[in-house]
Every structure is written in C-alpha cells, then in structure tokens.
Design a protein around this ligand. Structure first.
Ligand SMILES: [Zn+2]
Length: 165
C-alpha cells in the first residue's frame, strides 16, 4: 500500500475498519470515491458527519432518531397501547420493512443473559415497565430471540401483570 499517497492510504484504512470490508474492497471503494465529483464526495462525508452529530435515541422507545421522539412515536396513526419489544434498533427496522405492524416499539438495547452477567438492570426493562402505565400499554409483543439467553419474559411479565390489576 506504500505506493498510495497518504490521503488515499488514510481513506483505505478507515474504510477497511468497516464490517465486511477487507483491504481489497477498501481500495476499490477509495478509488471509486476518488473518481466521483467533489460534490458527491463532500455529500458522502457530510452525511457521515451529520449521522454522528444528529443521531440519538428516542426518549420514549429508544429507537434511533434524529429528534427527541422518533418517527414512529411521533406518528399519530400508530396504535397506542400496542408495543413490540425488540432487542436492537436493527430488529425494529426488520419489522418495519414488513409493513405488518402498526403499533409502537420498545428497544431493550441488549439481550438478557444472566450467564454473561447481563441482568434486567442492564437493558431497558424498567423503562418498559414505566411505559406500561404512562403510555397505557394494553398489549406487549415480544419480538426477541427465542433462545434461553435472550428470553426477557420472566422479568417483564410479573411487573406487567402487577400494573394491569
Ligand atoms: Zn420512539
């Protein structure tokens, strides 16, 4: 890689750190970016900077958002009281792509895994329990992993039933 100028080498190094991008792909992407117009290259750089500057978690459901509340929490046509619990924002995106769910979400931000020392306090279960009353949640759909490590039912359901009585 010594034959590349420093500016190209730096870009290749950054791109090669991305998941699934090896050295060859990083070189190919760097050459592609080099061939683009200055405007297109600036736009790519600007989008990455904006992403890091603006991206935050929705204050209600903890999905990725540009604003205080995410697009789904802000949407009045979504069914209140119906919440789909997912582990990560990517899981939410998968369900949204199906277009079949019209309720709201709660992103736990992890997987309950006592074997790895990850308990209910390490993921957003207490925030979900708080939402049950505050957001008048009537039904919770657990769209989490099916293995034992990823089963948050035990800590959620007793609290849910206590609140619903
Ligand atoms: Zn939200």
């Amino acid at each position: 890689m010594d034959y590349y100028p420093v500016s190209i080498k730096n870009l290749i190094r950054s791109l090669a750190r991305l998941p699934g991008i090896g050295q060859k792909t990083a070189e190919r992407l760097a050459m592609y970016i080099l061939q683009q117009s200055a405007e297109d290259a600036h736009q790519l750089a600007r989008h990455i900077v904006e992403l890091k500057k603006r991206m935050r978690l929705c204050e209600r459901c903890f999905a990725l958002s540009d604003d205080r509340l995410c697009r789904i929490c802000s949407d009045p046509s979504r069914e209140n009281g119906l919440v789909c619990v997912v582990e990560q924002p990517a899981d939410l995106a998968s369900i949204e792509k199906s277009g079949a769910f019209k309720g709201r979400y709660h992103v736990l931000g992890g997987v309950l895994s006592p074997m790895d020392g990850i308990g209910p306090d390490d993921i957003r279960i207490s925030e979900l329990i708080d939402r049950i009353e505050r957001d008048a949640i009537r039904e919770i759909i657990l769209a989490t992993g099916t293995n034992v490590r990823a089963n948050p039912r035990l800590p959620i359901l007793p609290a849910f039933w206590r609140r619903c009585r």
